[in-house]
Design a protein around this ligand. Structure first.
Ligand code: UD1
Length: 336
């Protein structure tokens, strides 16, 4: 029997790619999204990509009555919970919004799942829970911390899930710690396209490449890294989406939870990403060296062994493919 999965935040960047990966893997999926950070045309585009109608319910994850109705109307086998706020700077300006959407949103979902007798959940966490790790690559056993409200919410959600799983063995959770998701679907129909000035590196570079932004500011070239700029573990969103399918497969098959890193295990500097994007876009891109961004860490990349061991997951796509797919998406988007 085809199993149906609910994707909260399924119209967003990672959610929409995961929707496609789930359908490809033989799952059925439905989306709940409030479109606070997603485009409405995403569902049409998902229909083009998958060749099948998309069920998308517009609403908020805090709306427990709506969640109850969804679980009553659909035979859901598991939930993947993407719906959350994710901008670090904004979380400092609006901490209560972040606490409410990210933490209270998770609790609302869990309460409703429990009423529906549904106990399998994949949770979107982040490598932000590691802060600046003492040891690299950073393993899942590394100490966790936070230095802004966004990071706090991810840690608080992880700890909440741990408490629940420890006290009630009906629950199984797959906690996925994403490194830096970038890139887009090969069709160029879905990708990341923030409405405002992007906070994250690759969407910013993409808008420099389309001349929507003048130049990249490289935040700091005096870090203790090979070229002095910050190093991160960028992962293609297509690989990341597949990681969710493998997490779900493992939860549904084994009934056992897991906490794993989803990254490539390789770190690239800001300037290496810029050069790779220049190759993809076929032009040089203007940049300037600017002061360090508050709260940034020098270098983070993940230990990928546990994901391989538990999920059989290994990222396959490299930096050039990440940049090429981003450019394919963003340059088409500009022309349509
Ligand atoms: C950021 C968040 C992290 C969150 C993640 C979500 C901060 C401090 N951290 O991670 O908590 O989980 O996004 O995707 O915001 N850079 C530039 N110029 C730019 C943008 C970025 O030089 O215009 C540099 C940064 O200094 C960093 C690297 O590029 O070295 C990657 O930055 P970014 O894409 O924002 O990701 P993180 O900082 O890793």
């Amino acid at each position: 029997m085809v199993q149906k999965i609910l994707l909260t935040g399924g119209a967003g960047f990672i959610g929409s790619h995961t929707y496609v990966a789930l359908k490809d893997a033989g799952y059925d999926a439905i989306i709940l999204d409030n479109f606070s950070n997603a485009r409405r045309n995403v569902t049409d585009r998902l229909e083009v990509i998958t060749g099948a109608p998309v069920t998308c319910i517009e609403g908020d994850v805090l709306d427990e009555a709506l969640l109850d109705r969804i679980f009553a109307d659909h035979d859901i086998a598991a939930v993947i919970h993407f719906a959350a706020l994710k901008a670090v700077g904004e979380s400092v300006e609006k901490p209560l919004d972040y606490l409410n959407t990210n933490i209270a949103g998770l609790y609302a979902l869990l309460r409703s799942m429990q009423r529906a007798d549904l106990f399998t959940l994949v949770f979107s966490s982040s490598a932000t829970v590691y802060g600046q790790p003492d040891e690299l690559p950073v393993s899942e056993a590394a100490p966790r911390s936070f230095n802004n409200p966004y990071g706090f919410t991810k840690l608080a959600c992880e700890q909440s899930l741990e408490q629940i799983a420890a006290s009630d063995n009906r629950w199984t959770f797959g906690v996925l710690r994403y490194f830096n998701p970038v890139g887009a679907h090969d069709t160029g129909l879905i990708g990341e396209d923030p409405n405002d000035i992007p906070n994250n590196l690759m969407p910013y570079i993409a808008k420099v490449a389309t001349d929507e932004l003048e130049q990249l500011s490289v935040w700091g070239d005096d870090y203790d890294t090979p070229d002095g700029t910050g190093v991160r573990d960028y992962i293609h969103v297509i690989d990341l989406a597949r990681g969710h399918v493998q997490s779900l497969d493992a939860l549904l098959k084994s009934g056992k939870g897991h906490v794993v890193n989803l990254g490539t295990g390789t770190g690239y500097s800001v300037l290496e990403v810029l050069r790779a994007y220049e190759r993809a876009a076929g032009r040089t891109l203007p940049y300037r060296i600017a002061p360090r961004r508050a709260g940034d860490v020098a270098c983070v990349y993940g230990d990928t062994r546990l994901a391989k061991e538990i999920l059989g997951f290994k990222a396959e796509l490299g930096l050039d493919q990440m940049c090429a797919s981003s450019w394919n998406w963003i340059s088409r988007r500009k022309n349509t």
